[in-house]
Design a protein around this ligand. Sequence first.
Ligand code: MG
Length: 388
Amino acid sequence: MEKRRLAILGSTGSIGKQALDVVSQHSDLFQVELLSANNSAELLIEQAIKYDVNSVVICNEDRYKEVADALQPHGIKVFCGMESACELVCGDNIDMVLTALVGFCGLRPTIAAINAGKPIALANKETLVAGGSIVMELAREKQVPILPVDSEHSAIFQCLMGAAGNRISKIHLTASGGPFRTWTREQMAGATRSDALKHPQWNMGAKITIDSATMMNKGFEMIEARWLFDTKPSDIEIVVHPQSIIHSMVEFEDGAVIAQMGHPDMREPIQFALSFPERLSLNNRKLNFAELGSLTFEKPDFEKFPCLQLAFDAIAKGGNIPCAMNAANEAAVAAFLHDRISYFQIGEVVGKIMDSTPFLAKPTVEDILETNDESYVKAGELIASHSR
Ligand code: MG
């Protein structure tokens, strides 16, 4: 494999940090050219120096001076704001863009990079939830590969490498079930922020951990799979698999099922997206099946996890509704993290915003941006009225 020059957007988050760990293990194969962070100036500075990058973007203007003062003596260029990230990912010095930002803000730089013909290692699922049809159509038109980083989608992608062009009849999307899998609805009604942040299998950022506790994350992943693999949502079956060893499966018309497995470790799908189609060594824990003993599976409980149903409703309606759902969820999760609303109010806010959003069947990028902003504001107002 020829050396790849990377842009890592969201380098100070969980995925970004693990991507840099992968880069450290294969510094002969990867060169980091561009890093971006939202707020975490100190870590961004440290990463930029360690990986000797060409440039960095700090999105929060207030942190610009601090980053510029620290990095300019090292000859590292410092920019500020998301607009700069959109421009810099298009540079001739970038071979591939890892989008590891959290939330809707990943959409614009992803579109910019696709327009510039840069292969995308996609870790920002909200991009496909909100703008799936636009992003995938653009990627097809520009013939840009979108390589999934999410563990389930990487699994499906890897299973499809064994499909030899045969049609798949079903995707079995596995879910750990999150921290509330064994809780009753009554217990969940009183769930606190710290209860929801205790994920049993994956160590991730706060936003996605709350999304896992509501299973909105699995709903998002269903939508993500629908777009990445051009599947009907009714052909995607969610199965709870608490051990998180099988990362997802595909089924063919003859009933044969292919699964992809490993211990839960995001570095594996991150590395495979960055090195695709080559497989590189990784210092992770390997599977010992005799030690594992058994793998178990359950049906998801749509009563306890209403957000899962909302995601199926949103993709069935289509158009700009999944975007409204995502925006309302971002606002509701932020409010839950600040103890302003209860666990079940997250789903209530999302449902209400979805119902009150003016429907657009074929939204443009501008429509999507507008739906996102309006839904976020409306969700904020609804939350304020709840917490008063
Ligand atoms: Mg996942």
